[in-house]
Every structure is written in structure tokens, then in C-alpha cells.
Design a protein around this ligand. Structure first.
Ligand code: BG6
Length: 481
């Protein structure tokens, strides 16, 4: 490898967060409640209660529950009131791209209002202008696990085509408003997770989760995404529109054909989202399944809309690989929106997520060969409990080690496998509330935030050891990896 030039000159170094895990101000400045605001902190519940299971009865109870500390996403890290200080720190690190999302419920509080909430638009304008001031380019996710609860109540979430129209309206509103400030957009965060997290991804409550309903919801999301991408391309040819998958490298548990079949099925489900949003159509067998076997609502016009729209880049998150097989009774482990068999060759984080840097290289090669568009890694990070030293520092060498190993494999992928990767965005950048468990103690950031699971803390921001490490990586284009 050419160690002097591991990454291309214009490589997009950056980091990512989401509105629902960081902003707070959940019921202020005109914002309505979202699916994220009724998610309880795992450490205060048992495992069964904290997962995606939500009945409508439960939601009504939760949304009225004034105990905000049970629901950490309601206050996030109060990015809403700290964004200037936070963006200043990101600039100090030297990042070029900052990914966040726009909370749909901050713009259309119930999801179906006639006019947008001006205060919400003003807030995001200030955030993006602040980025511009520091030469940071925003990348905005339009839907990151935070749809307005009103749409769950009144339309049953994404099982209704009408929700797609409302999403298109919301997206057009914000793209028109911010296209001069925001060059990169992703329509849906990990769109394939509708099948694994149907409530946060698509507002499907426990009563509405048959395979047919989930695939219908995902189909409406694809159609809405395609309309938004076409609109953005017509509005401004400079906009780069991306779609995003949950990047999971899938291994069979053994060379047994049955294990391999399971692993292949899993891969097909993941790639599906790229097939539809980049190639513009479902693979034939899958469209047969949707139309003939499940008979979902899938019109000829949908087909045309999908065919006319193509994303410019493929974004994906990558934390870990998973292992699939038919063997009963093997040890299982948790992962990003999924449970996997334990892979004896890999170590895991405290949350069970299996650490696999080479898995990233394998996935990059696969995605590049299949989709033939530039790739962008929009999430990669290590969730860990951090402790402060007596001097008040955080020496997070474990996090540095995780990123270093992944970046090394990424460099190999770019140089030796000739994969086109245009950017690497770390997940977290700054500590935020965890998505799957709504805990504060599962930290990913290079900047520590003084806040605990119960919402106690000063909110003070402190640079971790990884902050200086990432700053150096960016400044030297990874030369010292
Ligand atoms: C991704 C999500 O799946 O994983 C993020 O897009 C999330 O929102 C990240 O935070 C890490 O997951 P968790 O549950 O550890 O926060």
C-alpha cells in the first residue's frame, strides 16, 4: 500500500448524529412528538420491554408520561441549545462533512399540517449556516427513526400510501429551503430496518406487523424516496442524493449449504434497497413475491417512478458482521438492529456487537461491484462506557483502536480492491443517546458530554483522547494509521 497517500485528497472526512438522539427540546418551539420520544431507556427496563414492541395503547400512555428522564431521547444532549458550541468543536477537529437529520415533527408537528412550522425551519437554517461558517458541508438525512406520532395515530404509519405523500411534501419543503446550504442528502436512514425495527422505522405498531404490512411500508418508502430524489435532481443539479443500507457483512455459520442459504437470503434482503434505489427496480423474483405472493399495493406508476430515479451514491452504516446458520442452541449475540450467532473468531463490544474490520473491506467490495456507484460510509463507531480519569480526561484507546483498524481496511479497499469510497463518517462524533437502547452510557463520541442515563449532568463538553487522534487523521489524510 502507498502509506503516504492512503486516502484520496478530496476524501470526505466527517461524522454523523441524528436529530432524535441529540436535539432535545422535544415538545418546544412548535415540535410535535415523534416515535423516538416514546422510547424508554433500556437500563430502566427489562430487555423485552425496551425492544421495538409498541402497542398503540402503550404509546398513548407513554406520550402523556411527563417523566422525561425515562425517555432520554426527549432531552438528547440538548444540541438544540448547544449547536454553536458543538459545531465549533467539530470544526476544531477538522471535519469536512457533518451528517445530521431534520426532525420531521419539528417541521410538520403532526405530519399532515398545511404549513410548515417556521420556528423549525429557522432552527435548521441556523445550524446549516453555522456549518457553512466553519467550512463544514452538511449531509442531511430526511428520515432517521423520528416520524411524527400523529402519522402513527391517524394513518397507521407507513402502511398508508398517504404517509408517503406527506413525506414527499416535508422533503420538498426542506430541500427547497436548504438546497443552497446542504449539498448531500439521504432520504431514509437504514431503510431496510423497516423489517427489523418496524415501529421506529415505519410507525408500525405491534398490531400492524405482518410480513405483508412491513414490505408494503418499505415499498411506499421506496416510492416516496424515488419521488424526492427526482425532485431534488430537477431542482438543483448540484445536489448529491444518497440512499442508505444497514451495512451488515453476513457469514454462514459453517460451509453447510443450509447455513449458506440463510446467509444469502439475509444478504439479498440488504441489497434489495440498493437494487430499488440505485438500479431503479426490484430484482425480478422479489417483485414477483410482492405482487403475486403477497399482493401488496404496487402500481404500474410506482414502477415508472422507481425506474426514473437513481441515487448518486450508496451510503451505509457499518459496525459489525453477523453470522447466520440453522444450528440450534449456539450462543447468540446482539448487533445493530439484529441478533446474530456468535462468531468464535471475533471479539465483541460490551453490548455484544462483533468487531470485524475486515468485514468492512468485504462489504465495500461487494457493494461496489454490485451497484457501481460511489460508496460513502456514513456511520462507523464503537459504543463503550467511558470513565473520566482523575484529571477529568477520557483515554479511549479502545475507540481509537476500533477506528484505526477499520480505516486501515478501508484504505486497503480503496487502494488494492480499487473500490470508490468518497467519505468516512464516524458515528457519534459527540456522545448522544443510543438509538436501540436509549441509554446515554453507550457512548460513541470523540467529545464527551456530561450526562447520565437518568438525565443528570452538567452537559459540559470535553474532548476525549480520540478527538485529538481523529484531528490528526484528518490533517494527515490518515498517514499515521
Ligand atoms: C444505527 C443508527 O443503526 O446505529 C443510529 O442509524 C444508531 O441511529 C447507531 O445510533 C448505533 O446504534 P446504538 O443503538 O448503539 O445507538
Amino acid at each position: 500500500m502507498n502509506m503516504d497517500k492512503l486516502f484520496p485528497t478530496n476524501f470526505l472526512w466527517g461524522g454523523a448524529i441524528s436529530a432524535n438522539q441529540s436535539e432535545g427540546a422535544w415538545n418546544q418551539y412548535g415540535k410535535g412528538p415523534s416515535v423516538a420520544d416514546v422510547m424508554k431507556c433500556r437500563s430502566q427496563l427489562n430487555l423485552k420491554e425496551y425492544t421495538d414492541a409498541k402497542t398503540w395503547k402503550q404509546i398513548v400512555k407513554d406520550v402523556k408520561n411527563p417523566e422525561d428522564t425515562l425517555f432520554p431521547k426527549r432531552q438528547g444532549i440538548d444540541f438544540y441549545h448547544h449547536y454553536k458550541e458543538d459545531i465549533q468543536l467539530l470544526a476544531e477537529m477538522g471535519i469536512r462533512v457533518f451528517r445530521t437529520s431534520i426532525s420531521w415533527a419539528r417541521i410538520f408537528p403532526k405530519g399532515d399540517e398545511e404549513k410548515p412550522n417556521q420556528e423549525g425551519l429557522d432552527f435548521y437554517r441556523s445550524v446549516f449556516e453555522e456549518c457553512q461558517k466553519h467550512n463544514i458541508q452538511p449531509l442531511v438525512t430526511l428520515s432517521h427513526y423520528e416520524m411524527p406520532l400523529g402519522l402513527v395515530e391517524n394513518y397507521g404509519g407507513w402502511q398508508s400510501r398517504k404517509v408517503g405523500d406527506l413525506f414527499v411534501k416535508f422533503s420538498k419543503t426542506v430541500i427547497k429551503e436548504f438546497h443552497e446550504l446542504v449539498p448531500y442528502w439521504i432520504t431514509f436512514n437504514e431503510i431496510d430496518s423497516v423489517l427489523r425495527h418496524p415501529f421506529v422505522s415505519a410507525g408500525l405498531t405491534e398490531e400492524n406487523r405482518s410480513q405483508k404490512q412491513m414490505l408494503q411500508a418499505m415499498h411506499y418508502q421506496y416510492v416516496a424516496s424515488a419521488k424526492v430524489v427526482s425532485f431534488a435532481h430537477r431542482l438543483d443539479e448540484h445536489l448529491q442524493m444518497g440512499c442508505m443500507l444497514t451495512g451488515l457483512t453476513v457469514y454462514p455459520y459453517s460451509c453447510r449449504p443450509e447455513d449458506n442459504y440463510l446467509a444469502q437470503q439475509m444478504r439479498h434482503y440488504m441489497y434489495l434497497s440498493g437494487d430499488v434505489q440505485i438500479r431503479g427496480h426490484y430484482p425480478k423474483p422479489f417483485s414477483k413475491k410482492l405482487k403475486e405472493e403477497l399482493q401488496i399495493d404496487f402500481s404500474e406508476e410506482d414502477e415508472r417512478i422507481l425506474a426514473d430515479s437513481h441515487c448518486d451514491f450508496l451510503a451505509f452504516s457499518y459496525y459489525m458482521s453477523i453470522t447466520q446458520g440453522i444450528e440450534d442452541g449456539t450462543e447468540k449475540t446482539a448487533g445493530n438492529t439484529i441478533t446474530s450467532m456468535k462468531n468464535p473468531y471475533l471479539e465483541s463490544s460490551e453490548w455484544g456487537w462483533q468487531i470485524d474490520p475486515l468485514g468492512l473491506r468485504i462489504l465495500c467490495q461487494d457493494l461496489c461491484n454490485r451497484f457501481e456507484v460511489p460508496l460513502m460510509i456514513v456511520e462507523n463507531g464503537f459504543g463503550a462506557k467511558d470513565t473520566l480519569t482523575k484529571k477529568g480526561q477520557i483515554d479511549d484507546d479502545y475507540r481509537i483502536d476500533y477506528h484505526e483498524k477499520h480505516l486501515y481496511q478501508l484504505a486497503k479497499s480503496i487502494q488494492e480492491d480499487h473500490v470508490e469510497v468518497i467519505g468516512y463518517l464516524t458515528w457519534g462524533l459527540i456522545d448522544i443517546v443510543s438509538s436501540s437502547s436509549a441509554e446515554m452510557e453507550k457512548r460513541y463520541g470523540f467529545i464527551h458530554v456530561d450526562l447520565d442515563n437518568e438525565g443528570q449532568g452538567t452537559l459540559k463538553r470535553t474532548r476525549k483522547k480520540s478527538f485529538y487522534w481523529y484531528k490528526e487523521v484528518i490533517a494527515t489524510q490518515g498517514k499515521n494509521l
